[in-house]
Design a protein around this ligand. Structure first.
Ligand SMILES: [Zn+2]
Length: 327
């Protein structure tokens, strides 16, 4: 046999359709969950070229635990500072949500210090919510800081972006919603993220927003997403990439839109789940001004942020990616 089991498995699990974003040309996209600090300038260029005009970067853990409150402070500062500026240089409007992630909530000594600095950041311009918060291992410490941050969101009148756990997802998702209700939050101001077929119905039935992360191998594939929209429609459904430092795809939203188009989903509906719904949900912060999207598109890369540019020593503003020559 010329085809080994491994090769067959690869062929089966990695089905491939040639990428053709022409089908969605002219459409605008909003990726409301992406960790740009872990991504490159190439990603920003490709995202802008694919029609992404705005993103939300939730505060999360960085792949290894932080050891002091100052690194949290610097990280939050970069989300509202340098990263926002960097995105603007590629024509993308960058927002963020600020919070203590569930994983690091388990370091209680540090968590206490982080809770103290959160109010210094959540009221800043362009912060659209408290996030991403919720459960990872569903420990008592995670619950404690989740509850405290729900109170913070309530006080600030901000939406909440909930990270639901990979393990024991259904129970973790239910618990996250129960606790949010217990704290008096309006489900319409709570975006429950990383849903799948197992959680979507209850999340929608209870009036929360159901966000879906198109993330290779682990969370959701975009063919499954097409089926979800066919089955549940578009109301309170949001698509995102959650692209980060793992094997993930910063073009997950436009690619899913293109796949939906191929499967005959109406452009109006694609626009809702890949653009408009995120604005409606996070716009409850009062912080989204849509005219900013165009304004940022007209920015030029020679601008500076606290004296620093994304350009290095006389670089031209944009790389011609279709040229073999690097000059
Ligand atoms: Zn995330």
């Amino acid at each position: 046999m010329s085809c080994s089991t491994d090769e067959r498995e690869t062929a089966e699990t990695q089905k491939s359709i040639p990428l053709d974003l022409d089908a969605i040309k002219g459409m605008r996209f909003f990726d409301p969950h992406i960790h740009m600090v872990s991504r490159t300038t190439d990603d920003y260029q490709a995202m802008a070229d694919a029609g992404i005009v705005a993103v939300i970067e939730p505060a999360f853990w960085l792949g290894q635990p932080r050891t002091g409150v100052d690194t949290f402070r610097d990280y939050y500062s970069s989300l509202i500072g340098w990263e926002r500026f960097r995105a603007s240089q590629f024509g993308i409007k960058h927002y963020c949500t600020i919070g203590l992630n569930s994983r690091e909530a388990n370091n209680q000594k540090l968590a206490e210090q982080v809770m103290e600095i959160l109010p210094l950041f959540i009221y800043k311009e362009g912060v659209l919510g408290v996030g991403e918060i919720g459960f990872d291992d569903q420990t008592p410490a995670e619950e404690k800081y989740y509850r405290l941050q729900l109170e913070l969101a309530k006080e600030a009148g901000l939406p909440v972006q909930i990270h639901t756990p990979h393990r024991d997802k259904k129970k973790g998702t239910q618990r996250s919603m129960d606790i949010a209700i217990e704290h008096g939050l309006n489900p319409y101001s709570v975006i429950v993220d990383h849903n799948n077929e197992e959680t979507v119905k209850e999340v929608l039935d209870r009036g929360f927003w159901a966000a879906f992360t198109i993330y290779p191998f682990t969370k959701m594939g975009n063919e499954r997403m097409v089926e979800i929209v066919k089955q549940y429609g578009t109301e309170r459904i949001i698509v995102n990439s959650a692209a980060d430092w793992g094997i993930s795809d910063p073009l997950a939203v436009p690619k899913t839109a293109a796949l939906m188009k191929i499967h005959g989903i109406d452009v109006k509906d694609i626009d809702l789940v890949c653009f408009r719904n995120a604005i409606t949900a996070f716009g409850q912060s009062g912080q989204i001004v849509e005219s900013d999207f165009e304004e940022v598109q007209n920015m030029d890369q020679s601008k500076k942020f606290e004296g620093n540019s994304v350009l290095r020593g006389g670089q031209a503003p944009r790389i011609n990616k279709s040229s073999l020559i690097i000059s």
